[in-house]
Ligand binder design. Structure first.
Ligand code: PLP
Length: 493
């Protein structure tokens, strides 16, 4: 057996590429959300691994027959759930290069190209976002590719924690407080837990519909003052640009001003919306980033980069390095000793790291800034188009102002249709929208998800998959109307 026989790799590799190409060709014919029941696969797959080898042809047949039915087709043009998970030819092929070389670039010496290309693409991308020089390697900051935003938040919470505790004494860990809003992604709670922050010291500052669910600097200040009066020590703020539920934008600049008064580390989580900020017209959403300590976003959401890829920049890499560096003898080398290189193992939790930079490099080079910008803009235009469709049917309303390509809508509590009415009660409206969403997803024609903000149950229509075009938006809206007709009676203009 030669597991890396190059001719066999070529033969089987072509088969897999053909398989995926056909999958993309046929993707619209699959139900978007998988329709299988829990445990379906155990009934179809043998209980033990095969003793004898099986040919790729048989395995691929099983992928088609048994795995594909259990997939929710994230790349379907009718997938409007969560936030998107983008893929592209460039990034897929970049992944193949990454996995083909299979280098483990934990430090510079372990594969200089992996480290240096990561330095370069992080500076490229930082410049595309117009991050201040202080976040770039050229300005003594720097960027690192993490797997997910969860990793980025965890690493920065730990860096901030150690930086502060090294000054005030480790025994003070019980007094540290981290801040977000009630819209902040749960990554912050998880990170705080892992970092040893007392569970009572994680603040989810309340937001309101009148402020479009953005974190108010005044509310933040009030929370900090109250904590300080109680003898606690403010540590870290996670501000969000494009919240998970509704795409709300926290006012970065004013929040940084408050944080500065109390010496708090500010992290900007722009997991989804950060991509849009490479367009000059959306860049203002991160104005004030120059006063933050760290910034992250996920090209794997909306920048044509296959999972996984989260870009994190910090102004002070030494905060990460002090928190994460280790000193094993077997990793010692002259390049590290020279202090001329970045050893990314000291910027993350694990030692091992994939050569993700090559994937991002292929994306940036293959599409160029111009096509990436136009790609994002087109989705935002489609979102506006979808809002226009909603506006023409008085049974529906957009619940929160749209900032990017996420539209949050619902059957309005005031809908009165052919004598059937959605009761004015919000709770009835919530129930109605819950039912509508379930029937939409059960149909397999489209896939959407929900959020509850300020007690309002709303359907999230998240545009951003690479195959989605205007006709899919229009078809999806028709499906929404038809299922609503069935629930409420036909809408007569
Ligand atoms: N932050 C925000 C604002 C998000 O919307 C999401 C996911 O949608 C995350 C964080 C989590 O990202 P990840 O899965 O990369 O940890």
């Amino acid at each position: 057996m030669n597991p890396l026989d190059h001719e066999e790799f070529r033969r089987q590799g072509h088969m897999i590429i053909d398989f995926i190409a056909n999958y993309y060709r046929d993707i619209e014919k699959y139900p978007v959300r998988s329709q299988v029941e829990p445990g379906y696969l155990h009934k179809r797959i043998p209980e033990n691994a095969p003793y004898n080898p099986e040919p790729i042809e048989t395995i691929l047949q099983d992928v088609q027959n048994h795995i594909v039915p259990g997939l929710t087709h994230w790349l379907s043009p009718y997938h409007f759930a969560y936030y998107p998970a983008n893929a592209s030819i460039a990034a897929s092929l970049g992944e193949i290069l990454c996995t083909g070389f299979n280098v483990d670039g934990f430090n510079w010496m372990a594969s200089p190209a992996a480290t240096e290309l990561e330095n370069i693409v992080m500076d490229w991308l930082g410049k595309m976002l117009e991050l201040p020089e202080s976040f770039l390697f050229s300005g003594n900051g720097g960027g690192v590719i993490q797997g997910t935003t969860g990793d980025a938040v965890l690493c920065t919470v730990i860096a901030a924690r150690d930086q502060l505790l090294n000054r005030i004494g480790r025994e003070n860990i019980v007094k540290l407080v981290v801040y977000g809003s009630d819209q902040t992604h749960c990554s912050l709670h998880k990170a705080a837990k892992i970092a040893g922050i007392h569970p009572n010291n994680v603040r989810s500052v309340k937001t309101t519909k009148s402020k479009a669910f953005a974190l108010s600097p005044d509310s933040l200040r009030a929370a900090i003052i109250s904590d300080k009066e109680a003898g606690l020590i403010p540590l870290y703020l996670c501000a969000t640009v494009g919240t998970t539920s509704s795409g709300a934008v926290d006012p970065v600049g004013p929040l940084c001003d408050v944080a500065e008064d109390y010496g708090i580390w500010v992290h900007i989580d722009a997991a989804y919306a950060g991509s849009a900020c490479i367009c000059p017209e959306f860049r203002h959403f991160i104005d004030g980033v120059e006063c933050a300590n760290s910034f992250s976003f996920n090209p794997h959401k909306w920048l044509l980069t296959n999972l996984d890829c989260c870009c994190l920049w910090v102004k002070d890499p030494s905060a990460l390095v002090n928190a994460f560096s280790t000193d094993s003898e077997y990793l010692k080398n002259t390049a590290t000793d020279s202090k001329q290189v970045v050893d990314y193992k000291d910027w993350q939790v694990p030692l091992t790291r994939r050569f993700r930079a090559i994937k991002l490099w292929l994306v940036l080079r293959s599409y160029g800034v111009v096509n990436l910008r136009n790609y994002l803009r087109r989705h935002v235009e489609m979102a506006k188009h979808f809002e226009g469709l909603i506006a023409m049917d008085k049974r529906f309303e957009v619940v929160v102002p749209r900032n990017f390509s996420l539209v949050c809508f619902r059957i309005s509590p005031s809908a009165r249709v052919n004598g059937c009415s959605a009761d004015d009660e919000e709770s009835t409206a919530n129930e109605l929208n819950r039912k509508l969403l379930k029937s939409l997803n059960d149909s397999g024609l489209v896939c959407m998800t929900h959020a509850i903000v300020g007690g309002i149950y709303m359907i999230r229509f998240s545009i951003g998959q690479p195959l989605t075009d205007y006709r899919h938006i229009e078809m999806a809206w028709k499906v929404v109307q038809e299922y609503t007709d069935a629930m409420l009676g036909t809408y007569l203009k």
